[in-house]
Design a binder for this molecule. Structure first.
Ligand code: FAD
Length: 625
């Protein structure tokens, strides 16, 4: 490049999405893609790259989700700015309840500065009022209050979407009242509606007609999510209370252990639903991508709405560069992955070279690959207890002693309660093999376990308990567990792991220890016995004709992201109880004094190795006993 000044790519004019719809031919199908802000910087960088490829599929606009209570505010804004900067119209989701003072005002101003003129105005979690220590004003009880606020403060500068619920909202016993409230949101200034996910087209059709009959005239886009993975699908639909028709449930149950078959089924089902809706006169669709591109690409190809191989044609960024010959706006470039970036895990790297779209198509579990844009929660709505406050207190009581907290964990492990603040779904079947060890940790040591897996030495990939990926392969796991412990106990764990490593080296049994761990606390302090950049690869699969697939890596980046979330959940738990209550104070003091540790035992052939090692540690609890 010549000259001294660096010309910036001219920002394309922002456009309201309703104007974009108006420019389309009336019979033309259109679609939007929803993405959520990834948890890690690497995930964010890879997502920006992925969105760029997805832009070749010509979405009419993009959606970026927002963490309830403003928990992802920075990342949501950064991501929206980057996507808008690529020339793709972006709609930023925004909730109005439980926000800290000033967040709303700052966000709207920043959205405007970034050229983001489309918003999805939502309520978020029910307002917690006094229970919440930094509750914003009572002004915001419902999404309509946010619509009114934006219209009052910004006139018509923003195009505002709102949420609709074909099956009725979970809080509402009355579907007609729901439609009435949607009508009121339109009257307050909403410009379009995006619906909650559903899998029963007939339910949608009836609701859609009822909305139109009531006088809701603004565009309504049905929310469609191609199923990516059986467990996460069940988890998400359970959380939202979505009705799944019997035939779909039984089809999925049959193939639930073959991830590739589930994905394919998800694509075929989305195509079938969208065809039926198209015949019914619906033109616009809201596609939830879960930050993955393969399924939505296949859906659009099968519908023949895009040409096969479209994502290999020129993307938004390439087109813009070709048109201007100028560099990208800084906000885009600062987020894209460096060309020479070299992930330290061979599996992910190889798979990535193979196909940029599919290197993380099986982002299994919480400790999936933190570089994957799809890593983290399923919906990107941020940290929350996923249970109504009353129900949470009924299940978990009002803890004021260590034993009270241990009881929550052991009840969960015994199956007498179905969730704890860190896990909103019942235990996985594989935990049965280690539950007696986990109970010892929780009951006897007050080591509260929030994640674990047993060692597995080559189970068939179709195995009902451990299997994943295409059938005909074999899967392996190293045992790991993550739990809360005191600083003294962490010191002891560290001393033992150092001593063991030295003993192994002295005995010529290896040049490293078998036990590796990461630990972090509420203050952001971090300790580990791994070298900088080292990772714990704990789950992998070997499949015919494919490179070894590593689905679960524990590394510093993913651990830090999860640690922050795990401590935020202590805070969420404490907020269930009144401000001056003993339970709130006790939970806070526990959170402040504990560390979260994630421990892996590398000998996957030794089924009891990790548990023997941990439970032989001498700590103050064992000394008292
Ligand atoms: P509201 O419109 O306030 O409706 C909630 C309930 O209150 C309904 O039962 C409604 O009938 C009732 N109601 C509405 N107005 C009134 C009124 N004036 N008086 C009495 N009752 C009323 N959450 C996030 O945290 N981040 C996201 O990015 C996000 N994206 C979403 C995207 C879509 C497409 C959808 C469908 C939901 C999304 N959500 C998101 C979840 C959403 O925040 C929750 O569903 C929330 O519980 C309700 O939000 P709402 O905007 O529909 O609220």
């Amino acid at each position: 490049m010549s000259g001294t000044s660096t010309p910036e790519l001219r920002q394309p004019q922002s456009q309201k999405v309703t104007s974009r719809i108006a420019q389309l031919a009336p019979s033309q199908p259109f679609y939007t893609f929803e993405v959520f802000p990834p948890k890690t910087d690497a995930g964010l960088a890879n997502l920006v790259d992925r969105v760029d490829r997805m832009s070749a599929l010509d979405p009419t606009w993009m959606h970026v989700t927002w963490g309830a209570g403003g928990s992802t505010q920075e990342r949501s804004l950064e991501l929206s700015g980057a996507i808008q900067g690529m020339g793709l119209e972006t709609c930023l989701h925004l909730t109005c309840t439980n926000l800290e003072e000033g967040v709303l005002e700052r966000t709207l101003q920043r959205a405007k500065d970034l050229g983001v003129v489309n918003l999805l105005a939502l309520r978020g979690d029910p307002p917690r009022g006094e229970e919440y220590w930094t509750a914003s004003s009572d002004e915001f009880q419902h999404a309509i209050d946010l619509v009114r606020y934006i219209r009052k403060e910004y006139g018509n500068e923003f195009c505002i979407g709102v949420a609709g619920y074909p099956e009725g909202h979970a809080d509402s016993a009355d579907k007609l009242a729901d439609i009435e409230h949607l009508y009121e949101k339109q009257e307050a200034g909403a410009d379009f509606v995006v619906t909650q996910l559903f899998y029963d087209v007939e339910v949608f059709k009836k609701w859609y007609k009822a909305c139109r009959d009531r006088g809701i005239t603004i565009p309504i886009l049905p929310g469609i999510m191609p199923i990516q993975n059986y467990l996460s699908f069940r988890r998400m639909t359970n959380l939202c209370g979505t009705h799944i028709p019997e035939d779909i449930l039984s089809d999925l149950e049959r193939i639930q252990h073959d991830d590739a078959a589930v994905k394919d089924y998800g694509v075929q089902l989305a195509v079938k639903m969208m065809r039926a809706l198209f015949e019914h006169g619906i033109r616009g669709y809201h596609l939830c991508t879960l930050n993955l591109e393969k399924s939505v690409t296949r859906v659009l190809e099968l519908l023949e709405w895009v040409a096969p191989g479209a994502t290999r044609t020129r993307s938004a960024v390439q087109k813009a560069l070709a048109a201007n010959g100028a560099p990208l706006p800084k906000v885009v470039n600062s987020l894209r992955p460096a060309p020479a970036a070299s992930p330290s895990v061979a599996g992910a790297d190889i798979a990535r070279k193979d196909s940029p779209a599919s290197w993380d198509e099986f982002p299994n579990g919480r400790f999936g690959d933190a570089r994957s844009p799809a890593y983290g929660e399923m919906d990107g709505y941020g940290v929350s207890l996923k249970l109504p406050p009353g129900e949470a207190i009924r299940l978990w009581g009002e803890p004021t002693t260590l034993a009270d907290i241990s009881r929550v964990f052991s009840s969960y492990l015994r199956g007498s309660i179905q969730s704890n603040p860190w896990s909103e779904e019942p235990l996985r079947a594989e935990t049965a093999a280690i539950s007696s060890r986990l109970l010892e940790m929780n009951d006897e040591r007050h080591w509260w376990t929030v994640g674990s897996q047993p060692a597995v030495d080559g189970a068939p990939s179709a195995d009902a308990v451990h299997g994943f990926g295409p059938k005909g392969g074999y899967v392996y796991q190293k045992a790991f567990v993550e739990f809360f412990l005191t600083a003294d106990e962490l010191d002891e764990l560290e001393r033992r792991s150092v001593a063991d490593e030295r003993a192994r080296i002295d005995a010529g049994e290896g040049d490293d220890g078998l036990v590796k761990w990461f630990a972090g606390n509420m203050r952001g302090e971090f300790r580990s016995n791994l070298g900088k950049g080292d990772v714990n690869a704990v789950t992998w699969g070997v499949f015919g004709g494919k490179e070894i697939v590593t689905t679960t890596l524990i590394e510093e980046m993913s651990f830090r992201a999860w640690c922050e979330e795990a401590f935020a959940l202590w805070k969420e738990w404490s907020l269930l109880y009144a401000a001056a209550s003993p339970a709130r104070g006790f939970i806070r003091s526990i959170a402040e004094s504990r560390w979260l540790v994630s421990v892996v035992h590398h000998d996957y052939k030794d089924q009891d190795g990790l548990w023997r090692w941990l439970l032989s540690l001498k700590t103050s609890t064992t000394e008292q006993a």
